[in-house]
Ligand binder design. Structure first.
Ligand code: TRP
Length: 374
C-alpha cells in the first residue's frame, strides 16, 4: 500500500498525522507539567482534554499565563468556517473554549469566516449565509457567557474588519502565502488575501478598547499556519503576538487518519443528529479496534488506541478518568466486547447531544446578544 505523505495546513489534511513531527516542523511548545500547574493554579482543576493530551501544544502559553497572574488578562479568540453542519470535532474545541472562558473569566471573540468559505468552497454566498445562521445556533448552544462573547461575521463586520485587515495584508507577500499554504498562480486572489482577515480578531479588541492586550487562541493544529503568519506581523503593528493552545484532530468515523469534516461523504457525528442517527453511524461506520471474531477478541483483546468509539469517549464524552481507564483495561483484555463499547459510546454521545440540542432550540432568541456591536 502506498502511504500518503503527511500534509497538514488549514486547507488540506492528508496522510497519517504525526503530531511529534508537526510540533517540530511548526516550532510549537508542548504543554508540559509546568504549564498545567499554572493553569491549575487559576482554574482549580485541569480540564480532561488537557489531562489526556488532546490539547497538547501551543505558543507562548507560559507568557500568557504569567501575564494573567500579573493582572494583564488575555482575551480568547476562536472561530468557525461556515460551510456545513457542525460536528463533534468542532464541539470538542468550543466546549473547551467555554471552560477557559469560565475559569479565566475572559472575553471571547468568535469569528465566522463566511468570506473564507465563499472563497474556498464551491458554494454560493447565499448558501454560506445559511450556514452562518445554522452554525451560530451551535455556538450559542455551547453556553458561552453572552455578556463576554462577541460574534464577528466577516462580511457583516467588514466596516471594522477591513481597515485592520489591509494593515496586515500590506505586510504579507504573495510568495509567503504560496510557501505557507501551498498555493500557486491559479488560486483566486480573494483566497490569497484571506489570511489577513483571520489575523484581525487577534488584535481587533485592542483597537476597539484602545488598549494593548494579550490574546489566546484555542484551535486545532491545522490552523497554526494562519497564526504563524499573524504572529510575525502583529508586533510590527504594535500588538502582542497571539498565544495559542492547540489540539489534535478528533478522528473521523472511518479511522484515525485525517480530521472529521462536514463536507465528507460519510459525515461525522453532527450536532443535530438524533439518537437513532448516532446509533447507526457508530454501529455502522465507527472503526473498531476489536478482534475479528468474538472468540479472538476474548482471547487477545482489542486495541483502544485505534478504536474510534473509545477515542470519542476519550476526546469528549467520558469525563470520568476512572471510568475511561476501566473501559480501556476491559477492552484491552477482551472482557469488554466491541458491541458493548459501541453501545456505551452511543449512550454517552446521545446524552451529551440531547443537552446541546435543548439549548440549541432556544438559541435563536438570544443570538442577538452575542453579535458584536460596533
Ligand atoms: N479558518 C477556520 C475554519 O475554517 C475558522 C476560524 C477563523 C478559526 N478564525 C479562527 C478557527 C480562529 C480557530 C481559531 O474552520
Amino acid at each position: 500500500m502506498n502511504k500518503k505523505e503527511m500534509v497538514v495546513n488549514p486547507y488540506n489534511v492528508e496522510g497519517e498525522v504525526n503530531y511529534e513531527r508537526l510540533v517540530k516542523e511548526f516550532g510549537l511548545e508542548k504543554i508540559d507539567d509546568k504549564i498545567l500547574k499554572k493553569i491549575k493554579k487559576r482554574a482549580g482543576e485541569i480540564h480532561p482534554a488537557l489531562r489526556r493530551g488532546i490539547f497538547f501544544a501551543g505558543r507562548d502559553l507560559n507568557w500568557v499565563l504569567d501575564e494573567y497572574e500579573k493582572g494583564n488578562k488575555f482575551f480568547l479568540y476562536t472561530g468557525c468556517g461556515p460551510s456545513g453542519p457542525i460536528h463533534i470535532g468542532h464541539l470538542m474545541v468550543w466546549y473547551f473554549t467555554k471552560w477557559l472562558q469560565d475559569k479565566f473569566d475572559c472575553e471571547l471573540y468568535f469569528q465566522f469566516t463566511d468570506d473564507e468559505k465563499f472563497l474556498y468552497k464551491n458554494l454560493s454566498y447565499e448558501e454560506i449565509q445559511k450556514w452562518v445562521e445554522e452554525n451560530m445556533l451551535d455556538v450559542v448552544a455551547v453556553g458561552f457567557n453572552p455578556k463576554k462573547t462577541h460574534f464577528i461575521i466577516d462580511t457583516k463586520h467588514a466596516g471594522i474588519m477591513y481597515p485592520e485587515a489591509i494593515k496586515v495584508a500590506k505586510k504579507v507577500t504573495f510568495s509567503t502565502i504560496k510557501a505557507s499554504f501551498g498555493f500557486n498562480e491559479s488560486n483566486n486572489v480573494g483566497s490569497i488575501f484571506y489570511t489577513a482577515m483571520q489575523a484581525v480578531p487577534a488584535f481587533l479588541p485592542c483597537v476597539l478598547k484602545k488598549k494593548k492586550m494579550p490574546c489566546l487562541i484555542p484551535h486545532a493544529i491545522d490552523q497554526d499556519t494562519h497564526f504563524r503568519l499573524t504572529r510575525d506581523i502583529l508586533p510590527k503593528l504594535g500588538y502582542y503576538k497571539p498565544a495559542s493552545i492547540q489540539c489534535s484532530f478528533l478522528p473521523p468515523l472511518g479511522g484515525l487518519n485525517g480530521k472529521m469534516s462536514s463536507s465528507e461523504e460519510i459525515k461525522g457525528i453532527l450536532s443535530t443528529d438524533n439518537a437513532n442517527e448516532v446509533k447507526n453511524k457508530i454501529n455502522k461506520y465507527a472503526f473498531s479496534g476489536g478482534g475479528a471474531t468474538i472468540e479472538e477478541h476474548k482471547k487477545s483483546g482489542g486495541n483502544p488506541e485505534i478504536d474510534v468509539s473509545f477515542q470519542y469517549l476519550k476526546y469528549l464524552f467520558e469525563e470520568d478518568d476512572n471510568k475511561l481507564r476501566e473501559i480501556e483495561k476491559d477492552y484491552k483484555s477482551g472482557k469488554m466486547l466491541t458491541g458493548e463499547l459501541k453501545k456505551y459510546t452511543i449512550e454517552k454521545i446521545n446524552g451529551f447531544l440531547a443537552k446541546h440540542q435543548e439549548r440549541r432550540k432556544n438559541a435563536k432568541n438570544i443570538i442577538s446578544q452575542y453579535i458584536l456591536k460596533a
